[in-house]
Structure formats: C-alpha cells, structure tokens
Design a protein around this ligand. Structure first.
Ligand code: PMT
Length: 401
C-alpha cells in the first residue's frame, strides 16, 4: 500500500513563481491516496487560482480566517489537529521568516503554529535571497524546531539567474513524504536508550574537564527514533540543544558516573542503546569543594582516575535480543581503532566519524560516517546533515532487528 494512502495533508502555498509546481504536487498527492487541504497565502492567490486548487483537491481552498459574506470561521486549530503532516511548497523567504518568528498574520502561518504534525518546508526563491544570512538563519531556526527542510535545487531561476533556489521537483517532495511515512512506525513499541553530549568532570565548583560535543548528533538520533514510534530515553550531558518530540524523555546528567548510573537504570528494559556521548575517559581523583585559588599555592597537580566505560559496561550485560550501537571519534588509524572498539565493547555496530573529515564530528550541523557492523559489513554515509545521517544509522539498526 502507498505510504500516503489516507493521510491528511495540509498543503501550504505561498506567493512565488514556483506556485505553479504546487498544482503538480497536489495532483501527485491526491493520486497517492492522500486527502489534501490547501491553505494559500493572499500573495499565493496572485500566482495560482483557488478554483484550480479546489477542483483538484475536491475541497474549498482556505485562505482567510473567515468567509466574509457568511461569517463562517475557518479554524486553523482544527486544521492543525487534522493534519498528519503539513507541506509548505513553495515556501517564500517572507513566510519562512514569519514561521521562524511566530508572526501569525495569515491563515497559513497560524495553521503552521497550530500543527502538531511533522512539517515539511520546500523553499523557493532567487539565489541571493536564498543565501542571504537572514534566510539561512530562519531556515536553521525552523530546522531546530524539528521541521524538515526540503533543500531547493540549483538551476535556472525565474529571475534569469542560475543558482540554488529552485523548489524541489514535486515528484521528489512526494518521495520525501513517502519515505517519511513508510518509516514512521518501524520502531513503534521499541524502547531506545541514547547517550548524547559531553560529560563534565569537576575539578572544583567552577572548573571541569570536558570536550566540544554539542549533542547535535545524539539529539538528531533521538528525534529520528521518536518520530519512528520509539519511546526514547535520552541521557544527556550539558548541551544547549533541546529535544522537541514528545516521545523523548531527556535525563540531564553531568559526569560520566552519573551518565552510567542513569543508563543502567533503563538499559535492561531497552531494545536498542546508542552510545553517542563523548564521555570523558578520565576525571579528577579529588575534586575540590572550594575554588582553587591562583594566589595561595603553586600550580596545582590534578591527579586523574579512569572513568567507567559506559558502552563496555552495557556490552557486558547485553542480551541477544538487544542492539548496542557505539560511536568512535578518531584522529588517525580510524577503521582499525573503530573495529577494535566494536569488539572490545561487545557492540553490534559502531559509527565512525573522523576529526580529519571537514564538516564531520564535534559541533557542526553535518557529519560523514562509516557504520561498521559486527558481521564485518560496512556502510559509508557521505557528508550530510546530522538529521539525515541519523536516518541512515537508524535504518541500519532497524535492518538488524
Ligand atoms: O555532539 P556533537 O557535537 O554533535 O558531536 C558528535 C560526536 C562527535 C560527539 C559523536 O558523533 C561521536 O563520535 N560520539 C562518540 C565520541 C567518543 O567519545 O568516541 P570514543 O571513541 O572516545 O568512544 C567510543 C564509544 O565508547 C562511544 O560510543 C562512547 O560513547 C563510548 N564511551 C567512551 C568512553 C567512556 N568512558 N564510556 C563510553 O561509553
């Protein structure tokens, strides 16, 4: 059965020349068995008529908050609740900005703000508007709220210029939605433990040993597992990213020992555990209760002790029906070191990222990884966003279940 069969889709159309492609998109969605409600901005109606859209969707098109002659109220709240997903195609710079900042001055943006479903945004604009820092910042904000950005393609633009800004082709937008819905339930009923972020090991009340992990990779994995129906426990070191999916229970911790204790509480009843945290291997043996003062002593010597290895501890307890996935962050001899960690920690899979690859590892929004499996198989994932890398990693885990 088609993954879009019977799905309720709100198609938001903004005022841009690519609105003509929304007609094809609408036809393809209807053909795939979806029920589509079109919501169009006032500017959108300058590019494509509601008559065409309502004829194809078999529903009146919604644009205003109420019908002037009858006073009939169009509830954006009801629409937001009805939707299994919302697709905004084309999304103009103006609407993207309003969505990012909650400027609810039309039916499309109010529906977006009311939607509880996943939202897909397909930008379309001239290349200079697309690469303007404000557009890029607004898109990054939308992505950080958990929206799915369907990147525009490069090519010939209505302005006569060539570059990135063409709305993705309707067929590809439909493929995005199909692949989203076909994988949405494959982790339903599964319990997943994920560790993310750095650990902080106290030196004194104001100083710690830590690392550059931002939590972005681990949080992307948590969002991906939750969106596929899993109940996720995210044991997280100190980070500024936030989990958005209601299926994620975030347990904040600071040190490796706290991370181990919280992970052990849930591991025995987890089906899958993904160890994405950058855990400090050592901690100060005797953290001071008071700030170590510069004036009162010689340069202090901080004696370190080994931290517990969380992945190896869980690996030793692992049952046959559980899957344990580790990460390896390496600077040299990458594949050999990753294979060694896979074996020593009794993992089923290890995801290798190298500090030598530009755009991979700590802090950045992208990653490039190789997934090594215990059976000797290896899958290379090229540089892409951490959310997309998370999809590939979770696909491999699902295959192994
Ligand atoms: O958070 P981001 O900024 O998005 O960056 C993502 C990341 C680079 C942190 C992530 O992709 C990553 O590689 N995480 C693992 C980093 C790491 O500590 O690698 P490692 O090779 O030192 O550890 C190997 C494995 O053992 C990891 O699964 C780690 O979680 C685990 N480990 C390590 C030490 C320890 N004491 N306990 C552990 O469980």
């Amino acid at each position: 059965m088609n993954a879009l069969q019977g799905k309720h889709i709100v198609l938001g159309i903004c005022g841009g020349i690519a609105a003509y492609k929304s007609v094809t998109l609408l036809r393809l969605l209807i053909k795939a068995g979806a029920e589509v409600q079109v919501v169009i901005t006032p500017a959108g109606k300058e590019f494509i008529t509601p008559v065409t859209l309502s004829a194809l969707s078999h529903k009146p098109v919604v644009s205003e908050f109420f019908t002037a002659n009858t006073g009939e109220w169009h509830s954006h709240v009801d629409l937001g609740l009805w939707a299994d997903c919302m697709v905004i195609a084309p999304a103009t710079a103006s609407t993207i900005g309003k969505m990012a900042h909650g400027i609810a001055d039309n039916m499309l943006v109010t529906t977006y703000l009311s939607a509880k479903s996943p939202v897909f945004v397909a930008p379309a604009m001239d290349l200079d508007m697309m690469r303007h820092p404000s557009t890029q910042a607004n898109l990054a904000l939308l992505a950080s709220y958990g929206n799915h950005i369907i990147e525009p393609a490069s090519g010939y633009l209505a302005s006569g210029l060539e570059g990135k800004g063409r709305m993705e082709e309707p067929e590809n937008i439909v493929s995005h939605l199909e692949s989203y819905f076909s994988r949405t339930c494959d982790l339903s009923g599964k319990k997943v433990l994920i560790t993310a972020g750095p650990t902080y090991e106290k030196i004194d009340p104001v100083r710690f040993i830590g690392n550059y992990s931002s939590g972005k990779m681990g949080y992307a994995l948590a969002e991906e597992c939750a969106s596929r129906g899993a109940e996720v426990t995210l044991v997280s070191g100190p980070v500024s990213v936030k989990a958005t999916h209601p299926g994620i229970n975030t347990v904040p911790v600071e040190s490796a020992r706290e991370m181990l204790a919280e992970s052990e509480k849930v591991f025995s009843h987890s089906d899958i555990a993904i160890m994405c945290a950058a855990v400090a291997d050592y901690a100060p043996a005797n953290p001071s209760d008071h700030k170590i003062k510069r004036e009162h002593q010689d340069v202090p010597v901080i004696t370190l002790v080994k931290n517990p290895d969380i992945a190896a501890t869980l690996g030793a307890e692992k049952r046959d029906n559980q899957r344990l996935v580790g990460f390896a962050l390496e600077t040299d001899n990458e594949a050999v070191n990753a294979a060694e960690k896979l074996r020593k920690k009794n993992l089923d899979m290890i995801v290798l990222n190298s500090m030598r690859d530009k755009g991979a590892g700590f802090g950045v929004d992208t990653n490039k990884v190789a997934i090594f499996k215990a059976d000797g198989d290896c899958v290379d994932v090229p540089l892409k966003s951490k959310s997309e890398v998370a999809v590939d990693i979770v696909n491999e885990i699902v295959k192994s279940l």
